[in-house]
Design a protein around this ligand. Structure first.
Ligand code: D41
Length: 677
């Protein structure tokens, strides 16, 4: 063994302290202080010193997070102080019942303060420290006996290996929740799909599965976190006397404390906090399934005590479940504007994520195969926030013998034309084109939509009625509609019929870009339409452009170019365009020499949060069409930020840098000003 001199020893100690500090700022405070590469360099320096002087290594060295032989099984551990469970409140009434029980039992008329904590949806654990050193970690298990997960817990960077600060207790047992943030979950599943492995249903299962690894090297690759929410045992100088004080102390000792905790002065503030977090729930980086309310003062907690296994001083108010079990009643196949045949699951209606869900998309044949789903199966439906409901899993244990496998149709369910699947995409398409009534309906709806020719009053239902009644066969027929055709239709009054005719007349006056977009050429969204209009100036020029000429336009790739060529060489499409112009649809061609084609060039835009009327991809396309750059991060170079609901750090950054911010409505008005120019 080499002897280490005093200078090298001091150097080593300094390095350990430095790495600990950076790791704490990165993993606990979420405020990285140095680039990742620099952190890696410090770690490598530490490891090389430890290689030379192995006697330096102790269990709390930052190099010791992953180590040891894989276990053959988990050892059972008995908790010295049992881990209690939480009572649930599923509505506002049970919460106020809880509040009443608290004040009655305390025999106190003054308001009781509660600490409100987001209820993280993960795995409850206990982590034990002696003289400031992590010695043991265990899952909650049944509250009395859990599993020894010490090696796995050590791989989690928000669990300190050694407590920080000056007031280190002799004994500390911290309780907390280990969870997997959503982006880590998404990455884990994406990798699993790539490798053809089984995916996890939700972040909680993924966290539990990651903790159940016998080889901690596997756990180390999962970006797990632990948030501390309480203490089982504490022997030491400092003895906080409130829950908030305790969490602050745990924060000083190096633990991650949820930044959204809130001290409510009374139950009314508790309710307000619930309402606030219920809407912001999906903007958090991790899943929460409710709020935990805890009487803040430990003295009051002591007086309230326990009933069997749960404290009288705490309750969990649950959010509506985001996952429910229901049955698959049937699968129908819908045909979209471009012929894409999409399987749609018809479900026994179920209340999930705050709404009743009776349909969910199954995407494509690959998804049906991946889920191995059959009609009659019990399935788990997930609807988080305002996202589209999704079938995440079949409950195979409940599969009945008469469950029916799903056959993807070989011919279009609407027009009977053959369905084709090309090799380069997962999507199957009806080959019926404009002979397929389903595609015709979608094409007309798109043509009339707000961002295309904007025919007010021509809603989806009316389009379906008109096509079904054979009043119209293509968009051209819109321009020969008469009152006498419209008024006999169900639910169409004389007034709305004449309004519609006025709107149709008005739609004739349009722009080249809107007309191109309205045609519904595959891959050509609003932004590409604008790009085409500004690059070629006229419909004729675009129709006659060769593949190479199209590819010369920056922003048009080979796939889009092929679809544009296919569209304009199709005689049916050409005759529809000619007919529309004969009916009076018109626009001004663009003088390529005179006009400024890229009004937003030299600008950089950032899109954040969710948009309702257009997707982020569409918004990006439009901005690119106007010559702007679109970036994913906000900096001093950013010209404008468009922020929708759910915007977070980028919006705050923009506010800090005083960058102009628009909401979606302002953004659309802004685009319209260019489009109509
Ligand atoms: O975030 C959580 N999941 C959480 C769980 C929390 N913030 N606080 C909790 N507090 C308790 C008591 C009041 C019993 C100490 C809990 C849990 N218990 C808990 N988690 C699983 C079972 C009980």
């Amino acid at each position: 063994m080499n002897d280490i001199n005093a200078a090298e020893m001091a150097d080593y100690r300094q390095l350990v302290g430095e790495i600990r500090g950076h790791a704490h700022r990165y993993f606990v405070l979420d405020e990285p202080s140095i680039p990742d590469a620099e952190y890696d360099r410090l770690m490598r320096r530490l490891q090389s010193i430890e290689e030379r002087y192995p006697q330096l290594i102790d269990a709390t060295s930052p190099s010791q997070r992953v180590g040891g032989e894989p276990l053959s099984e988990f050892t059972q551990l008995r908790h010295e102080v049992p881990m209690l469970s939480l009572d649930n409140a599923f509505d506002a009434e049970s919460l106020s019942d809880f509040g009443r029980r608290v004040t009655e039992r305390l025999n106190q008329s003054a308001d009781v303060a509660y600490l409100c904590e987001p209820k993280l949806d993960g795995v409850a654990v206990s982590v034990l420290y002696r003289e400031g050193v992590l010695v043991r970690a265990a899952t909650r298990g049944d509250g009395f006996v859990g599993e020894d997960i010490t090696a796995n817990a050590k791989t989690i960077h928000s669990i300190p290996l050694r407590l920080h600060g000056v007031s280190v207790p002799e004994l500390l047992e911290v309780r907390g929740e280990i969870y997997l943030p959503r982006d880590g979950f998404a990455r884990l599943n994406a990798t699993a799909i790539e490798r053809g492995e089984k995916t996890f249903v939700n972040p909680r299962n993924a966290a539990a599965g990651s903790l159940r690894q016998l080889d901690c090297a596997v756990t180390a690759k999962r970006p797990l976190e632990m948030c501390a929410y309480g203490v089982g045992q504490l022997d030491g100088e400092r003895q906080p006397d409130t829950q908030l004080g305790m969490l602050q102390y745990l924060g000083e000792l190096g633990f991650l404390i949820n930044p959204h905790i809130f001290l409510a002065a009374d139950l009314i503030q508790c309710e307000a906090y619930y309402a606030d977090l219920a809407v912001r729930r999906n903007t958090l980086a991790y899943d929460i399934d409710g709020i935990v309310y805890k009487v803040n003062a430990f003295e009051l907690q002591r007086r309230l005590g326990f009933v069997t296994r749960s404290p009288r001083w705490a309750i969990a108010r649950k959010f509506p479940a985001e996952e429910e079990i229901t049955r698959l009643l049937a699968v129908e196949f819908q045909v979209g504007r471009t012929g894409a045949v999409t399987p749609v699951a018809r479900l026994e209606p179920v209340f999930v994520g705050g709404v009743t869900v009776s349909n969910a998309t199954l995407h494509n044949a690959d998804e049906i195969a991946r889920l191995d789903i059959r009609v009659g199966d019990s399935v788990i439906v997930r609807r988080a926030g305002d996202v589209i409901p999704k079938i995440v899993k079949v409950v195979f244990e409940k599969r009945l013998t008469d469950a029916v496998p799903i056959r993807f149709p070989a011919s279009c369910p609407v027009c009977n034309s053959p369905v084709e699947q090309t090799l380069d995409e997962a999507i199957a398409r009806c080959t019926g084109g404009l002979f397929c009534p389903a595609q015709v309906k979608q094409a007309i709806k798109h043509f009339a939509s707000r961002r295309a020719l904007d025919i007010d009053g021509l809603g989806d239902r009316l389009v379906e009625q008109l096509v079904d009644a054979k009043c119209i066969h293509s968009v051209v027929d819109l321009y020969t509609l008469e009152l006498a055709t419209l008024t006999p239709l169900e639910r169409v009054g004389a007034k709305s019929a004449s309004n519609l005719l006025v709107a149709i007349e008005k739609s004739k006056n349009t722009t080249l870009a809107k007309f191109l977009y309205a045609l519904g050429i595959r891959e050509v969204g609003e932004g590409s339409a604008l790009l085409l209009a500004n690059s070629f100036g006229s419909l004729e020029a675009i129709a006659d452009a060769s593949g190479d000429e199209l590819l010369d336009v920056e922003g048009i790739g080979p796939i889009m170019a092929r679809h544009i060529r296919d569209f304009f060489t199709n005689p049916d499409a050409r005759s529809i365009m000619r007919a529309l112009q004969e009916k009076g649809v018109r626009w001004a061609d663009i003088d390529l020499n005179a006009s400024v084609q890229t009004p937003l060039r030299a600008q950089t835009w950032v899109l954040t949060g969710s948009l309702q009327e257009m997707s982020r991809a569409e918004a990006k396309e439009v901005l690119l069409g106007l010559g702007a750059k679109v970036s994913s991060s906000v900096s001093v170079q950013t010209s404008h930020v468009v922020a929708g609901p759910g915007a977070g750090s980028k919006l705050r950054q923009a506010e800090t840098l005083a960058i102009p911010i628009m909401d979606e409505q302002q953004f659309i008005a802004f685009l319209d000003a260019y489009n109509d120019a």
